[in-house]
Write a protein that binds this ligand. Structure first.
Ligand SMILES: [Zn+2]
Length: 110
């Protein structure tokens, strides 16, 4: 099933990076023809059930982890927590992109 990997307009493989670099799930752009694409997902439900809980858990883990590492130093753990959060968030986006490419269907955004 390639419906999540190929552009419905030009039938070219859009690649993983096109999904990851999209700032929003409805802002995917086909690298071959430039069509604006989106996955057939319920955006509100996705934000509430996955993005929000995952973001809160990652924020907590980032701060807890950096606090534990840096508590005996003079370094502000907030900067390290921010860096750690960005790393976790990138991993989250990567996993979501792989999952969508495999299980969801792309459609052209009008
Ligand atoms: Zn295309």
């Amino acid at each position: 099933m390639d419906e999540g990997k190929r552009c419905p307009w030009c039938k070219e493989e859009i690649g993983l990076w096109a999904v990851i670099k999209a700032a929003w799930p409805t802002m995917i752009k086909c690298p071959a023809c430039g069509s604006k694409l989106t996955y057939e997902i319920r955006l509100g439900r996705f934000l509430l059930t996955q993005v929000l809980p995952a973001g809160l858990v990652m924020a907590f883990l980032s701060y807890a982890f950096s606090y534990l590492i840096l508590k005996k130093t003079a370094v502000n753990p907030l900067w390290f927590a921010l860096l750690f959060f960005v790393i976790l968030w990138s991993l989250f986006e990567f996993i979501i992109a792989v999952y969508w490419r495999k299980n969801k269907k792309l459609k052209i955004l009008i």
